[in-house]
Ligand binder design. Structure first.
Ligand SMILES: [Zn+2]
Length: 396
């Protein structure tokens, strides 16, 4: 386990998911906007609106002092307003024709660099509209305390305008690649090679393939011939705040003519076993459940699992399609299984059987660098396609 970085980047991603213990939420009473949160500092500020439904945001005006975004389909009962943090001095949400109007009073020169909608996922049951705001180039933004009103700030706000240690925004997707078996567990045996060797070689090649794009950070559950228990592999994915978990294996069977790749996702009946790998209290903390009530925790867990399961299935289809371009597939190539390693409730996870190590053609393909590289490249393409799709859904 080479020191994969649990940097503040991960904390920032956690903030998006609603789990950061950082700035206290500014609660908004009306429907529509459930709450408004801030993170970052005066160089980069992230504002998150928790919403009861999906909206599409449209820039209406962008003057020197005020930025106005229309949020279609969002119904608010009455105007809501609050003080901002970082580069946002204050905000207002009020009713407008066909939706709501979000007005931001920004620090001079500050600009919105990105805005996007995140669907419910990762233990959060609602939509989030995210705005990333950047300070004017090359200039230190003036302190936020000098609000337009000029009034002395309430104590709680004054505290929060102190520079927050700025966690960098995470742009790279974190992929956990799990090389099946290892150490005293060799996995299936081929004529000339053990499964654990094939999976490790493929995992390393996939890591290199993905990281070359500059868009992914890859965490391997093992990068040498060591034994890693299954539950530990799941914990590695959760601690890394992974966006995707892929476990690589090679199949075996009594009939040496059986060949082909296949993909597994978590079956419904196995989901109940989640408590084997997740401490309920740990999960509640992550889900930010009020009162740490077990019943609420279970509901959040169920919600998260459903969303995760759908995303796992989506990725599984893309994976099997791309791998199918390079390798033969088993007749029923996408299966559901109660595999321990897929049990992380909040990380989409699939298991890929790259082929049958007990079939000589498949074994050859998986042991030769050039052919293995083609399989790995197909996996890489499917991961790229999956995140391209996610981004399309999340944007505007
Ligand atoms: Zn295996």
């Amino acid at each position: 386990m080479n020191g994969w970085v649990r940097s503040c980047a991960v904390v920032f991603a956690g903030f998006i998911a609603g789990s950061m213990a950082g700035p206290l939420p500014v609660t908004a009473a009306g429907q529509g906007v459930l709450r408004v949160r801030f993170g970052g500092d005066r160089v980069e500020t992230r504002m998150v609106l928790d919403l009861d439904k999906a909206v599409s945001g449209k820039l209406i005006s962008d003057s020197a002092s005020e930025l106005v975004i229309g949020l279609s389909d969002l119904s608010v009962q009455s105007a809501q307003a609050g003080d901002g943090e970082g580069l946002v001095k204050s905000w207002t949400v009020d009713r407008a024709a066909g939706g709501a109007r979000l007005a931001l009073n920004l620090a001079p020169g500050a600009k919105v660099s990105r805005r996007f909608l995140l669907p419910p996922a990762d233990g959060v049951a609602h939509y989030r509209y995210v705005l990333d705001i950047k300070a004017a180039d090359g200039s230190e933004a003036p302190p936020v305390v000098s609000l337009t009103s000029g009034k002395p700030l309430p104590k709680a706000i004054a505290v929060s305008t102190a520079p927050i240690k700025a966690p960098p925004i995470r742009f790279k997707k974190v992929i956990v690649v799990d090389a099946g078996h290892g150490g005293r567990d060799p996995g299936a045996l081929g004529a000339s090679v053990q499964e654990k060797e094939v999976t490790l070689a493929a995992a390393k090649a996939l890591k290199a393939r993905l990281e070359k794009t500059g868009r992914f950070e890859v965490v391997l559950t093992r990068n040498s011939d060591v034994y890693v228990p299954l539950d530990q592999r799941v914990q590695i994915a959760r601690r890394a705040d992974a966006d995707l978990f892929i476990s690589l294996h090679a199949d075996s069977g009594p009939d040496s003519t059986t060949r082909g790749a296949s993909v597994y996702t978590l079956a419904d009946r196995a989901a109940g076993r989640v408590n084997e790998v997740v401490d309920p209290d740990d999960w509640l903390m992550k889900a930010n459940a009020p009162g740490r009530d077990r019943a609420i925790g279970q509901i959040l867990l169920d919600l998260s699992q459903r969303a995760t399961k759908n995303r796992s299935a989506t990725f599984a289809e893309m994976l099997i399609e791309k791998v199918g371009e390079e390798r033969p597939l088993l007749r029923r190539s996408h299966r559901e299984a109660g595999l321990m390693v897929l049990l992380a409730p909040d990380v989409p996870a699939v298991l890929l059987e790259m082929g049958f190590i007990t079939n000589s053609a498949d074994e050859k393909a998986l042991t030769h660098d050039a052919t293995r590289k083609r399989v790995v490249d197909a996996v890489g393409r499917s991961i790229e396609a999956y995140f391209a799709r996610e981004t399309r859904i999340a944007s505007r």
